[in-house]
Each structure stands twice: as C-alpha cells, then as structure tokens.
Design a protein around this ligand. Structure first.
Ligand code: AMP
Length: 119
C-alpha cells in the first residue's frame, strides 16, 4: 500500500518533467498550487529528497526533515496571509483517507471559512 513509485506525478514535478504552479522551492522542498483547489488557497508541500509514500511510512530517523517541513508549512501559510483567517494542514494517508498520490505531501488549505466538520 505504501510502496514508493519513482514515476509518481509529484516525483515528475520535482524533476521538472511536468509543470506546476510553484510558490516555493529550495533544495529540500517544493510547494505548488493544487490543480483541483478545494479552497482559495490550496497548496501542496512536498519533500524533494525523500522516497516516502505516505505519512504512515515515516520512521523515527525522519524526524529532522519532517519537523523542518512542518515549520516551513506554517511559514508558507503565513506568507499567503492565512494566519488571520485560519488554515488546515492535512496529510491524507492511504486510499481510505482519499490519498491518490503516493509521494508524501502536506495539503495547506485556507482562504475561506472552513467547515467545522473534519470528515
Ligand atoms: P491526495 O488525495 O491527498 O493524495 O492529494 C493529491 C492531490 O494532488 C489532489 O488534491 C490533487 O488535486 C493534486 N494533484 C494531482 N495532480 C496534480 C498536479 N499535476 N498538479 C497539482 N496538483 C495535483
């Protein structure tokens, strides 16, 4: 279920093989707009150098880059003006949770009043 496929669509975006609307990129992470945005701001933050299919597949040795990723997510949310309105950071893990791309990614969602319903 959590096998990593080098040809997944986010791996292709990281390699520049297919385009994306990139809002942030450094050596370790890339963040781009979700192609099917579910809110005025809907970004995907993705590690570039980790072959991890899902948050359920992380190991204790992943703590450093994963912590950096979470801090980066809050900074990107702030840069997009989401601090005042509020936002959600979401990992979908597994097909039962709606995960469709098996390269770890964090949804950054905001820019509108979000439902009180989590599911
Ligand atoms: P998940 O359902 O958690 O696996 O999220 C995958 C997300 O990737 C979905 O919200 C899709 O809309 C988004 N997505 C799929 N292909 C692309 C693409 N080429 N560029 C940007 N976002 C994409």
């Amino acid at each position: 279920m959590f096998d990593y496929d080098d040809q997944n669509i986010f791996a292709q975006i990281i390699k520049g093989e297919i385009p994306a609307d990139i809002v942030f990129e450094d050596d370790d992470f890339i963040c781009f707009k979700d192609i099917a945005a579910q809110a005025p701001t809907h970004l995907l933050l993705i590690p570039k150098n980790q072959k991890v299919a899902s948050i359920a597949a992380i190991q204790s040795e992943d703590v450093h880059w994963l912590g950096a990723m979470m801090i980066l997510a809050t900074n990107i949310a702030k840069d997009h003006g989401l601090n005042d309105s509020g936002y959600r950071l979401i990992f979908n893990s597994g097909e039962g949770a709606g995960q469709t791309v098996f390269h770890l990614h964090l949804h950054i969602i905001g820019g509108k009043k979000l439902s009180g319903q989590m599911v």
